[in-house]
Design a protein around this ligand. Sequence first.
Ligand code: F6R
Length: 240
Amino acid sequence: MEIIVCKNYEEISKTAYKVFEEVILSRKNPVLGLATGSTPIGLYRELIDGYKKKRISFKNVTTVNLDEYVGLSKNHPQSYAYFMEENLFKSVDIDRKNARIPNGRKKNLNKECLRYSNLLSKTPRDIQLLGIGGNGHIAFNEPFSPFDGKTSVVNLSKKTIEDNSRFFDDINDVPTRAISMGISEIFSARKIVLLASGKNKAKAVYDAVKGSINPSCPASVLQNHKDCIFILDKDSAFLL
Ligand code: F6R
C-alpha cells in the first residue's frame, strides 16, 4: 500500500487526477470504478478540466459506480445517478450507455444485484476510486461485511445515516438501504485509489492502514491489495 500525504484537498484532487489520467491514457478502453460523496468532487473537477483542455477523453471510457440508494429515482437530487450526472458525466464526452450504476428502484432488488454483479465480472476495472466512511466502510460495506461479499442490498449503519444526513433536509429522508458493490468486487480492480480528507476520517484511515486486517474495518482489506494508493490530507493522516 502506498500512502501519499498532501498539504490540502486541492492537492489530493490534483494528485488523484494524475493517477487517473495515466490510466485513461494507457488503455484503449479504460474501465473506471467511481465513487460518490464529498471527497471525489475535486477529482471530478480536475477530470472535467483535463477533458476541456483536451488532455483526456471519455469517449472510450466505461464507468461502474460503487453504489446507489434504494428507493431514489435517478432524477432525485440525492441519488448517486444524479450526483454522477451533475458532477462529471454532463461535462465530459462519455457515452451514457457506458456509465453504469446500480438501479435502486427495481422491484426485484436481488435480481438487480445479480445483474450488477455479472456486469462487474464481465467489466474488470483498471482503477477503482474509493472514499472511506468515518466507520471504515468502503462503498456501503459497513463494519463486519464479509471480505468475500458481492453486490448486495445492505442496511446502512446509524453512523452512515447520520453522516449522510448533511445532504438531506431531514435525517428521516435518508434512505436506510442501498445497493452496494461487494468487497471482493472492489478488491478485484487492478488498481485502487482511496481518497480521504478531514480529521473525522483520521481514525478510520489509521485502522485501515495500521490496524489488523479485519472486517471490523472494511477498508483494512486494502492492505492486501497489490496496487493500492491512499491519497490523504494532513488531517486525515494525522494519526499515522
Ligand atoms: C460513495 C461511497 C461511500 C463514500 C464514503 C465517504 O459512493 O461508496 O463509501 O465514499 O461514505 O463519503 P464522503 O466522501 O462524503 O465523506
